[in-house]
Design a protein around this ligand. Structure first.
Ligand code: SF4
Ligand code: SF4
Length: 74
């Protein structure tokens, strides 16, 4: 899976590849409607994400991770 970048320009949220069971919990908590879930595919819509990390806390199997260091978008 390719890395996803938030609109702030800093990558803070990552969905671990091949771990998601597509339960949809994270989709419901995202205040920006920034998580797209289609059958067996999930992605974060970069332009909408604000790095709030609510999705991280909502995932029951901890496959969304909060990267505190972040990665600056070039
Ligand atoms: S960090 Fe916040 S805005 Fe970004 S996808 Fe998760 S819940 Fe949505
Ligand atoms: S809450 Fe976790 S397991 Fe459920 S769809 Fe989101 S990333 Fe996948």
């Amino acid at each position: 899976m390719e890395l996803r970048y938030a609109k702030t320009g800093i990558l803070m949220i990552e969905i671990l590849p091949d771990k998601c069971d597509f339960c949809g919990c994270c989709v419901g908590v995202c205040p920006e409607d920034a998580i797209e879930l289609k059958e067996a595919e999930i992605s974060i819509i970069d332009e909408r994400c604000t790095n709030c990390a609510k999705c991280v806390w909502s995932c029951p199997i901890e496959v969304i991770v909060f990267n505190r260091d972040g990665v600056t978008v070039k």
